[in-house]
Design a protein around this ligand. Structure first.
Ligand code: BG6
Length: 484
């Protein structure tokens, strides 16, 4: 399969927080891969900006290290790292003061598309936006890219939206949810709306329930400070799982265009019912003989922050009334799996009688790892002895179907940054979407706090607390196993 590289306009990309973790792990190595793929026009440049005093050479050394550590193998041609580094520069700026801004403006080229990536905490978004205007860095076409967390709750998200709106139009603001940049997440839309097979069945009449699982094997590690203020609900459910839910549940947009897609996602979020307290389980991982538990990673030894959430959501609209959506995410679980499971209802009548047993079609969409889909289809068990039925998976692992090159998945950040340069907001969250997601999340978190709820402990390497299993068992259903 030949990979297609769509040219982009020449650009100046300024990364604020350029010495931080995200820039080092994702943004800079991602840009390097795009450069190697021939997607960085000759006049394009990347300017790192942060508080530390450093010259271009010092920053280039950091970028070289980042590429070596996180760049995914050596470049395909010798000299490519050096050629890339020639496009990289650095300016020290004070996000809350006036120093460095004039010099940064001097680096920018009038003819280039301008994008400013705020790879910093949300506390600095307003300061940066203000200074981009004040010092004349923002042209009418400029874009800003902001990272999650976008607020801590509805009120703070609204305040951030208002603050940014003073300086930039909504069409210039790119709110990143990196899940939307994942190839397989975009594939959800291709599968649903590119095939005639699924959409007629994609509703409460035929779908018994849907499960969305994002399980991680890692703990909170060195991010305890941030994480303990967030918890799984704010860190994962409000954004990543919510986005997956939207793509699975939304109506077909008329076109694959920014507002058409985002309007449909917003309708899903607004149609979500409030979650009943008995439809949600929080968990926190314990220690085991190999590693310390959650509380050892955070400052508060009595922390009540959850590292696991499982919940049952309901969407009150014509398509989905009566079909539960079970969402689950957690750290330190048995395996690293992100998957969506669509379980269809029983056939309306079994002509084979009760002894043939119960059989259901199940569509599993694996987002990571081992990207692909399987569809369980009921067939006759081979051999004599009557009509016994058996469910077999039709397996489409993308690596098998497309070959190793075709199944190569670019990192989410590569795709998203190039979309910023192209000016395509389809895979970015609109302000009203983020607010609607917080409006649904806030009462859940407030309820925990009001009731003084303590998360249920679970063992590292397990599937989460027992209560999460019960959440489905009570409904006569079960989670698909998290594979080790
Ligand atoms: C981030 C969360 O947004 O997503 C992390 O802050 C989480 O806690 C990560 O580990 C998961 O992303 P991925 O791409 O590894 O599934």
């Amino acid at each position: 399969m030949v990979s297609r590289v769509i040219p982009v306009e020449s650009f100046d990309l300024v990364i604020f927080g350029a010495t931080g973790d995200l820039a080092r792990r994702k943004i800079l190595p991602g840009l390097f891969r795009r450069f190697c793929a021939g997607q960085m026009p000759a006049e394009a440049q990347i300017v790192g900006a942060a508080r530390s005093e450093m010259d271009d050479t010092g920053f280039r050394d950091l970028v070289r290290e980042a590429i070596e550590e996180f760049g995914g193998g050596t470049p395909r041609e010798p000299g490519q790292v050096d050629a890339f580094l020639e496009r990289v520069a650095y300016e020290a700026v004070d996000a809350k003061g006036d120093s460095g801004w004039e010099a940064l403006r001097g680096r920018l080229r009038d003819e280039n598309v301008r994008a400013f990536y705020f790879s910093v905490g949300p506390g600095l978004f307003g300061d940066l936006a203000e200074r981009l205007r004040k010092f004349g860095l923002a042209s009418p076409e400029s874009r800003i890219v902001v990272e999650k967390p976008f607020g801590h709750d509805l009120e703070s998200a609204r305040a951030l939206n208002r603050e940014l709106a003073q300086y930039f139009d909504e069409t210039q603001i790119y709110r990143i949810d990196h899940y939307l940049g994942k190839e397989t997440v975009q594939n959800l839309m291709a599968v649903r709306f590119g095939n005639v097979l699924f959409e007629p069945l994609w509703n409460a009449q035929f779908v018994d329930h849907i499960q969305i699982t994002v399980a991680e094997t890692v703990g909170v590690g060195g991010r305890g400070g941030y994480y303990d203020e967030s918890g799984a609900m704010r860190d994962m459910v409000q954004n990543h799982l919510m986005q997956l839910l939207c793509l699975i549940a939304m109506e077909p947009p008329a076109r694959f265009e920014p507002d058409a897609v985002r309007d449909e996602k917003l309708k899903v979020i607004r149609a979500l019912d409030p979650v009943e307290p008995h439809h949600i389980v929080r968990g926190q991982y314990d220690a085991d003989d190999k590693q310390p538990g959650y509380r050892a990673h955070v400052e508060n030894p009595r922390s009540r922050t959850e590292s696991f959430v499982a919940l049952r959501a309901a969407i009150s609209n014509w398509r989905w009334a009566g079909t539960p959506f079970y969402l689950r995410t957690g750290k330190m679980l048995r395996g690293r799996t992100s998957e969506i499971v669509v379980t269809f209802k029983d056939a309306p009548h079994s002509i084979f009688g009760a002894e043939a047993g119960r059989h259901r079609n199940v569509l599993v969409i694996r987002l990571q790892p081992n990207e692909g889909m399987t569809l369980d289809v009921t067939i006759k068990e081979p051999g004599p002895g009557g009509m016994r039925l058996l469910d077999v998976p039709l397996d489409m692992t993308f690596a098998d179907a497309l070959g190793p090159d075709g199944a190569e998945m670019p990192d989410a950040y590569e795709r998203l940054i190039m979309d910023v340069i192209r000016g395509n907001q389809t895979l970015f969250m609109r302000g009203d979407e983020v607010e609607a997601a917080w409006a649904w999340t806030d009462p859940i978190i407030d309820g925990w706090e009001r009731r003084g709820e303590v998360p249920k402990p679970y063992d590292p390497g397990s599937s989460g607390p027992e209560d999460a299993l019960m959440l489905m068992h009570r409904d006569g259903r079960r989670w698909r196993d998290i594979k080790a």
